[in-house]
Design a protein. Sequence first.
Length: 91
Amino acid sequence: MDQMAQQIKSLTPQQRQAVLVQAQNEANMKIRADLLNKMVAACYDKCAGTSGDKLDSRELSCLAACHDRYLETRASVQSALQMRQQASGSM
């Protein structure tokens, strides 16, 4: 860790900012991938598996509705978190 700290200290402010942005982007990508995997697993467990090896129209409708609800909930939570961050930042 000491070597990494020294390397970070040797970076220019612009380089540090670029490293930070890259790390944030990578973390966001992982979060999105995890969210997608959880959504697929949760919706599949809820909706699929009763009609054999192919999804029937009821299962497809259920999966579509489940994905929509999952994404709507995620958007609501994200919006609420952003509002909290903005409110705490203005204090």
